[in-house]
Design a protein around this ligand. Structure first.
Ligand code: FDA
Length: 396
């Protein structure tokens, strides 16, 4: 340890990125202290993936992340891959399975992932202080940082900020990392909730609210981006994987287009039904293609309900167009209370993509979700936490 310092590395935040960074740095013989203000580490890991932690995605590429600087994540993702994390999981004999689309989940519990990270930290000699709030951070004269905390003052030449985003404040989320970044001259790009249910208001909300619980496959499109997966109607609006994914691309006021028969040509489907069942009403036909109550509601408010033989060619085309691109205007999102991630954050243009060190304050590093790098739903956000934590852990 360098003289005059209590540690080599101080890490604020004992979440996914912070614990990975701690274990990696401690394995290199660095003296590491993780400072976590919550009463236990890894709370978001524990609640993730419905309690089974979707810990990575085997198909991870930089294209699965949103950032004002889309190339920033490339280097770290290439240096610590999903395979590297899977190897760690396998070394700890944690059973896992692929759910869909490359998403890997624990068979049993996300507790195993937290236990694994804690075992890695303990084995490498990294120390963890929980229930330890940071009151103030100051740069030391001649380099390094002092952290004034509820458990005393600590100093180190390297300080890693791994405080995560703003989602789920009840789990320990705070804006501390952003304030710290600003303190040292960094720009913080506007933050907003991502991977979050969308809310409806007025007429569409009234028309759909009592269908809460109904789910169907859709292709949700916003601008040039689209995701095909399930949509769930909720009491306040819409959710489900397709909606959570598109929410990260949605801006207030932007229309959302929902293809209700994804992968099928709606006009061909309706023409075939018209030929096969001319006397059947549209709602009966659609009830065989969509959840029955949803089909009926569409025919009450958005589509004319009459026997198929009464649709002339332009009317059939119009109905098909509505099924292909059902426009829904969301009024907002459910916000950080339920969002999985925070979009925006510390501007990556002022951070080294190799070492995650600040270009403004030597020895200061930012990793994980506090940075302006946000993954899709499906294990990508943890993979970013592991990869960025590992990259910083290799150099601090
Ligand atoms: P993370 O939030 O994990 O850790 C930050 C830590 O810093 C916390 O422990 C916090 O208490 C601490 N902290 C904050 N301020 C502090 C301060 N001032 N002083 C000290 N400590 C402070 N992703 C995924 O890939 N697969 C999944 O299955 C899920 N599931 C999921 C479910 C839910 C409900 C949520 C909310 C999120 C997910 N995610 C996810 C997203 C994933 O949890 C998230 O992207 C990572 O945990 C980010 O890792 P970080 O280490 O950057 O932050």
């Amino acid at each position: 340890m360098e003289p005059g310092f209590t540690h080599d590395v101080l890490i604020i935040g004992g979440g996914a990125a912070g614990l990975m960074c701690a274990a990696t740095a401690a394995r290199r013989g660095r003296s590491v202290l993780v400072i976590e203000h919550a009463n236990r580490v890894g709370k978001k890991i524990l609640m993730s993936g419905g309690g089974r932690c979707n810990f990575t995605n085997t198909g991870t590429t930089p294209a699965n992340y949103l950032s004002a600087n889309p190339h920033f994540c490339r280097s770290a993702l290439a240096r610590y891959t999903p395979r590297d994390f899977i190897d760690l999981v396998e070394r700890h004999r944690i059973a896992y399975h692929e759910k869909e689309l490359g998403q890997l989940f624990c068979d049993d519990s996300s507790k195993q992932i937290v236990a694994m990270l804690l075992a890695e930290c303990a084995d490498a000699g990294a120390r963890i202080a929980t229930s330890c709030g940071v009151e103030r951070v100051a740069a030391c004269e001649g380099g390094g940082y002092t952290l004034y905390t509820a458990q005393g003052a600590f100093t180190a030449p390297s300080l890693v900020v791994a405080t995560g985003g703003l989602s789920i404040p009840s789990m320990g989320a705070s804006g501390f990392g952003y304030a710290l970044a600003r303190q040292f001259g960094h720009e913080v790009l506007a933050t907003r909730a991502g991977l979050v249910p969308l809310t409806l208001s007025g007429k569409p909300q009234q028309q759909l609210a009592d269908l809460a619980g109904v789910a169907l496959p859709v292709r949700a499109q916003c601008g040039k981006t689209a995701f095909e997966n399930a949509m769930l109607v909720t009491h306040r609006g819409i959710s489900g994987p397709a909606i959570l994914q598109i929410s990260s691309y949605w801006q207030p006021g932007q229309p959302l287009l929902l293809d209700l028969l994804p992968g099928q040509d709606a006009l061909e489907v309706l023409q075939a039904q018209q030929a096969a069942r001319p006397a059947a009403e549209l709602k009966t036909v659609l009830s065989d293609l969509l959840p029955r109550r949803f089909a009926q509601r569409l025919c009450e408010h958005w589509l004319p309900n009459k026997p198929m033989k009464q649709f002339n060619a332009p009317q059939l085309r119009q109905a098909a167009e509505l099924l292909r691109a059902w426009p829904l205007v969301a009024s907002g999102t459910e916000g950080y209370r339920t969002a999985e991630v925070t979009l925006g954050g510390v501007d990556t243009r002022e951070v080294s993509q190799a070492s995650f060190e600040s270009k403004r304050a030597p020895g200061l590093h930012f990793i994980g979700e506090v940075l302006d790098v946000t993954g899709w739903l499906g294990g990508y956000n943890f993979q970013w936490a592991w990869a960025s934590g590992h990259a910083a852990g290799e150099v601090v």
